[in-house]
Design a protein around this ligand. Structure first.
Ligand code: ARG
Length: 571
């Protein structure tokens, strides 16, 4: 089946540019500014330098050489650039033929096994002393959509989660429950119930300085295996995890494996003690174990085990890295963790390297989300529970659905509100580059206009309703000459870029590229739609335009699927 993408263009050009490799040409190809009616532009500066010729002359020579290539309807040298235009027929044919595979077209056609990786991706790895906060929602959305993308592109992806379920913070919730919990069972979502005791501890500790010492006492009795302490710990951990599971289900995530810090930290300690024996690590005067990283890694010294022998956060991570390798024999291991821990992962990867563990580890770091001031402050006044944000946006969605469709059944209203609400939260978060912080505006996220999830969903639903209304069977046996309106050409050009956006998102882990692509596609679709009517007395034209919008719909669906967003045929 004929198909053409950026790489095909590079392959055409390379035959006339023996000084460059296909990959180099592909990397040089640019998307021209929107007013230029060409699909790609090839800048001739680099080749001009190699050939010691003027780039304008090279562009002109190339124009003559590739002018009559199949696939290309127009080729033109403009100054130092060679502009190339793909025949839109091949774009729509390809989407219509390959449907959901369009975004991975080469992988499918070439059955490319090369470059297929085993990838472990860890997220969201919460602590078990309080509910998931809004930052965890960003974490989950990034982890899940990256997994979707990598799976879509044919990699073997293993999603794993870690529970940091031991340590002093856990003991603080336990102490508060012991003192003020009256042995009560949860009377609300159970992770929120556990979190209330953590809040209670923080409040009371401000007034009573002995509380901290009591919490450490619990920690020591936990480490010594005291049964009563362990029972309480198990009970509260289960409550926390049960509550998380509800939220995980809501966000449609599940894991191949879940790790528990309580199972890992002792092995971590062993590795560190062995490193001490091998002189990789050192003992401080007070007995603590630390590592010097200045000379080899230009990093500050790092403590690995406390002077009293208790382990710290990084202790478990040292073993976990080995454990994941043993469990999955991965090619690459990704940690989705907030940017507050950038330093932690620099240390971790350096220490692993020092120990001879030379694996491909990657920290996918992300910035903080804030909320407009005054909105949804939590009890502690700082962090906001993830469940609360989702609920608030779903409520806003319900109001919106009620306004538009007062007469549909209540259950249908709720169903749509859930799908739209989740789309609103997911898209608003995923449209930003992960490293950026931003303000989440609930009202804005739910709007059917602007850069939102509902806007994209609406576009999809609008296409569904046109197709339904038309009733003509869609095929790619159309009169291609009819698709010649400027907006049609522009729309087809956007469609041609999709596989390339998927590729760069895959290579850079920049999920927002897909969200941004969808926004552009839908904007271009909407300008097409406002000047070109699809349903028409001219049945030939209607058929051609139906194929075009069907292809738009296919691409939107692939993109939304990767972002974990559902579509609706009716909003
Ligand atoms: N539980 C940690 C936190 O909430 C994040 C754990 C990230 N993963 C890891 N392997 N260290 O801050």
């Amino acid at each position: 089946m004929k198909f053409i993408d950026k790489k095909t263009i590079a392959e055409i050009l390379v035959e006339h540019l023996s000084d460059l490799r296909t990959e180099e040409i592909e990397a040089l190809l640019e998307i021209p500014p929107s007013e230029i009616d060409f699909t790609y532009a090839f800048p001739c500066f680099k080749i001009a330098k190699l050939k010691k010729k003027s780039p304008d002359i090279i562009a002109k020579e190339l124009e003559n050489e590739v002018k009559h290539t199949k696939f290309l309807v127009d080729v033109e040298a403009i100054g130092p650039y060679l502009n190339l235009k793909i025949n839109p027929k091949y774009i729509l044919d390809c989407i219509f033929e390959y449907k959901d595979d369009y975004g991975r077209i080469r992988d499918v056609i070439e059955k490319r096994k090369k470059g297929k990786l085993r990838i472990v991706i860890e997220y969201p790895s919460p602590n078990t002393n309080k509910p998931l906060h809004f930052g965890h929602i960003r974490n989950i959305l990034l982890g899940k959509s990256l997994s979707n993308l990598l799976e879509y592109k044919g990699h073997d992806v293993f999603q794993v989660n870690l529970y940091n379920n031991r340590g002093i913070h856990i003991c603080k919730s336990m102490l508060a429950y012991k003192k003020w919990g009256n042995n009560k069972e949860p009377d609300k979502k159970s992770d929120h119930f556990v979190g209330d005791f953590y809040v209670k501890y923080s409040e009371m500790a401000k007034k009573d300085e002995h509380l901290e010492e009591e919490a450490y006492k619990i920690l020591r009795s936990w480490e010594s295996g005291d049964e009563e302490t362990l029972n309480l710990w198990k009970k509260m951990n289960n409550w926390a995890i049960e509550g998380f599971k509800d939220t995980f289900k809501k966000l449609d995530i599940s894991f191949d494996k879940e790790y528990f810090e309580s199972d890992l930290y002792l092995k971590g300690k062993e590795i560190i003690l062995e490193g001490l024996r091998n002189n990789k690590f050192e003992k401080a005067e007070d007995g603590a174990i630390f590592v010097r990283l200045k000379e080899r890694y230009n990093l500050p010294d790092k403590f690995l085990i406390r002077s009293d022998g208790t382990s710290i956060y990084i202790t478990q991570d040292i073993y976990l890295a080995y454990k994941k390798k043993e469990d999955y024999n991965y090619d690459r291991s990704i940690y989705v963790v907030a940017d507050e821990q950038n330093q932690h992962f620099k240390w971790l990867f350096a220490i692993l390297d020092l120990l001879g563990f030379k694996e491909d580890n990657y920290h996918l770091s992300y910035g903080m989300i804030s909320l407009p001031s005054g909105k949804m402050k939590s009890r502690e006044g700082t962090v906001v529970d993830g469940d609360d944000v989702i609920e608030e946006v779903e409520n806003l969605a319900l109001i919106e659905v009620n306004k538009r469709y007062p007469n549909i059944s209540e259950s249908e209203k709720l169903r749509r509100a859930k799908i739209i609400g989740l789309a609103a939260v997911k898209f608003y978060i995923l449209k930003y580059s992960a490293t950026k912080g931003f303000v989440f505006k609930p009202d804005e996220s739910i709007s059917f206009e602007g850069e939102t999830g509902p806007y994209i969903q609406y576009c999809y639903a609008r296409i569904a309703s046109i197709i339904l209304k038309s009733g003509i069977e869609i095929s790619n046996d159309i009169n291609w000459d009819l698709l010649n309106h400027e907006h049609e050409l522009f729309l087809m050009k956007q469609l041609a870029y999709f596989p390339e956006f998927i590729d760069s998102a895959e290579k850079t882990y920049n999920i927002h590229l897909i969200a941004q692509y969808l926004l552009t596609l839908c904007q271009v679709f909407n300008s097409f739609y406002s000047s070109c009517q699809v349903i028409s007395d001219n049945r030939e034209l209607e058929k051609a335009r139906l194929l075009l919008i069907k292809c738009v719909q296919i691409v939107i669906k692939i993109g939304l699927n990767i972002l974990g967003i559902e579509t609706l045929d009716k909003m």
